[in-house]
Design a protein around this ligand. Sequence first.
Ligand code: KG4
Ligand code: ZN
Length: 355
Amino acid sequence: MRVYRPSLVSISTLRVLLCIESSCDETAAAVIREDGAVLSNVVSSQAALHERFGGVVPEVASRAHVPRILPAIDEALRRANVERDQLAAVAVMNQPGLVGSLLVGVTAAKALAWSLGIPLIALDHIAAHIYACQTARDESIFPCVGLVVSGGHTNLYDCRSATESRLVGSTIDDAAGEAFDKVARILGLPYPGGPSIERLARDGDPRRIELPRPLLHEPRLDFSFSGLKTAVMYAAFGAPGAKQPVPEFNEQRRADLAAAFQQAAVDVLVGKSLQAVRQFGRSTLCVGGGVACNAALREALERACSRHRLQLVISPREFCTDNAGMGGIAWDHVRAGRFADLELDVNPGLVRVPR
Ligand code: KG4
Ligand code: ZN
């Protein structure tokens, strides 16, 4: 049996590493240079497979990663013009996510690390979503407050550095992206819901329908989107036992509901982020995750941060939804000498820091 003994000697000449991401329904691989440059960023989306279910089906997702993972890795190397034996390390996101999906990426990464005799690096997917903002800046984005808004998470972090962050707020029920996806279903829009709602909202007027801004004025930094989703449902089809007639659920009403929901979600996300920045005395706000693609959110963040003279860094759109190019944080692990071994396991849950 060949023994796995990664060559630490090669670390002084590290040049490029491969990063693998398979935590949910995207099979992704990227080649990232030591200076942070993303040489390739391949994402093989499974969205078409999950569309008819209106959301990600974990078993379908994990099975679909298997035939996609090696082609994604090969394509990332090809686009970067890098041979496997030129890789200095392999990084993989091993938490949080769907357990079966994570296992595919982690197994591929271990096999590569073992067969090439190079170091293995374990990454936190959520930390990588914040690090995606670094691709937009030459100077360090840290320290900062980081907001991650995705299909699985809505988290606020106080980040001292790339690898030292503290969870300071999170959703107590649905994630923001999950709420976009569920509201899209209520409005009869296709999955993924975020882009569908954003498109429909352009034809709507958010002021025509009043929706709640859950927890916005509470001192805690947590979010709640489940009640907002229910409020949309009641506004669309009527609340149980309600006496007033419900306006006709026509095209204009659907567009107004999309716009009102989007505005409520944006107001809460912006408000809580500013609250966190104030609370932790930071001057930079970094925003990543799939929902950060949303133009209304990006514009509202820009307006609010310029009003409060804060530096805002939003992840470039290509690094918002799940991808491996946001794994440049792996180089910080290399510099800190933090490597994994072949015992590396997956951790589906969010790592919670006591508050
Ligand atoms: O970061 P991501 O790819 O996956 C997770 O880590 O969860 O985020 C996916 C989520 C989906 O819920 C999708 O509806 C949402 O991001 N999303 C958007 C937009 N594009 C994607 N939400 C709002 N507006 C968008 N334009
Ligand atoms: Zn994600």
